[in-house]
Ligand binder design. Structure first.
Ligand code: ZN
Length: 133
């Protein structure tokens, strides 16, 4: 499939076929822009040092006031260079609606670490910003 104009496929290094491997690969991505940097809501753009693919990464957290076992959620979705540039221009003004509209038909990587459970990585579609504190 020819999809060079919307290069959102990544490579074996940044976007391997297994979700747990893709989560580990996220550590190897270069942070290129902090868009929103709140303690329980963190939105950033990362890029693959090998193929240059950009990824939008969203972290949300809900505090567990009783046990301190905070619920944490990550979503990572590949974005084009043009989309990444538009996101950077919006920066901290980005709304959750705008974020949720990014890559809505694309495969996304999710990591759920809910209160009282272990972490789990799996594939999803698009981004939904979870409720957060
Ligand atoms: Zn890559």
């Amino acid at each position: 499939m020819h999809n060079s104009s919307t290069n959102v496929l990544g490579c074996e290094r940044c976007w391997p076929s297994a979700a747990d491997a893709a989560w580990k690969a996220r550590d190897g991505l270069t942070l290129t822009a902090e868009l929103i940097d709140e303690s329980h809501y963190h939105v950033m753009i990362r890029a693959c040092p090998q193929c240059g693919q950009r990824f939008l990464s969203v972290f949300t957290e809900r505090i567990d006031w009783s046990n301190g076992d905070d619920a944490q959620y990550w979503t990572v979705v590949p974005v084009t260079k043009r989309e990444a540039a538009a996101l950077k221009r919006r920066g901290s003004a980005l709304t959750e609606i705008e974020i949720n509209s990014m890559g809505s038909n694309r495969r996304s990587l999710l990591r759920n670490y809910p209160t009282g459970e272990g972490p789990r990585e799996f594939w999803g579609t698009g981004i939904i910003v979870n409720p957060h504190d």
